[in-house]
Design a protein. Structure first.
Length: 299
């Protein structure tokens, strides 16, 4: 609902808000984690099996845009008719950008709330959309196919979607991480086997080792989540299983038990017997008082 801006007398409407009476999503560290895979066919796929995608121009608008671009090519440069055509083209392009931004904001608002961790792929979009034309001495190959792929990648707006996710995460206190995307679509989330033959098609994944099946984008999102949750995963050669490093649950920081030279303080009779067995009967195990006196004497 609108909030009063202090000292200005104006109100502003937050980006995200809920209807009165709607229960807010609670953050769960047991289930509040999600991985996101960005693609060309499906703009966004999540580790829980959801897909988000839409067209930003209708078929009629695309035909009209193509007709206007052809008409502009026939117009004389600097003419008034060319300016009118450019104005119409800019209106269609602006409509497309507005719909894309709305899709990214709404998708981020559906994915981020209720989670404590959101993991994305760290994509080099600039390198992925580089031209394959090459030079006159070394011309590129499959230039037309690469141009079409670049156009589809840019049309999905991967970077702007990541910005939208980070904006919502910062507002709701959600951690957003990026991980190395290498082999996420070729790794089995069940057994950890990496094999290019497991990727049967663009959408089909079938593990050659254990037979696990699923949508390729969902499998990629699950592997992305596993890498972001368990830390960095080292690269392995093709065909070798990849295992996740276990997460440590040992308390760290000020809540960890105090120690002196690797030997626990003797706080009870049982601890005193253990320390005596470790360092011998002729040396008394350290106590909290003696250790504190040694520290005070040192400083």
């Amino acid at each position: 609902m609108p909030e009063q801006t202090p000292g200005s007398g104006r109100t502003r409407t937050p980006l995200l808000w809920t209807q009165p009476g709607t229960p807010e999503k609670t953050v769960s560290f047991d289930r509040g984690r999600i991985g996101v895979d960005r693609g060309v066919v499906q703009a966004v796929a999540t580790s829980d099996g959801r897909f988000f995608d839409r067209e930003f121009l209708t078929p009629g608008e695309r035909q009209r845009l193509l007709r206007l671009e052809r008409q502009r090519n026939r117009c004389q440069k600097g003419s008034r008719r060319r300016q009118i055509v450019n104005t119409k083209i800019r209106a269609l392009r602006q409509r497309e950008r507005d719909r894309r931004a709305d899709f990214q904001a709404q998708t981020a608002a559906c994915i981020v709330p209720g989670n404590a961790l959101v993991v994305l792929e760290k994509l080099d979009i600039t390198g992925m959309t580089a031209s394959a034309r090459g030079t006159a001495e070394r011309p590129g190959t499959n230039v037309a196919q690469k141009t079409g792929l670049n156009r589809k990648i840019l049309d999905k707006g991967w970077h702007a979607f990541e910005v939208a996710v980070r904006n919502v995460g910062r507002r709701m206190g959600v951690t957003v991480r990026t991980v190395n995307p290498a082999y996420t679509s070729q790794t089995c989330p069940a057994c950890g086997t990496v094999d290019a033959n497991s990727r049967k098609s663009q959408a089909e994944f079938a593990c050659t080792s254990c037979g696990q099946r699923g949508h390729a984008d969902t499998v990629g999102a699950k592997n992305t989540l596993a890498r972001g949750h368990s830390g960095h995963r080292a690269w392995r050669p093709r065909g070798c299983p990849v295992r996740e490093a276990p997460t440590s649950v040992k308390p760290q920081g000020i809540s960890a038990p105090a120690t002196s030279a690797g030997i626990p303080f003797a706080s009870s009779g049982e601890d005193r017997h253990i320390a005596t067995a470790l360092i011998g009967d002729d040396v008394a195990p350290p106590t909290r008082a003696s250790s504190q006196q040694a520290i005070d004497h040192t400083f």
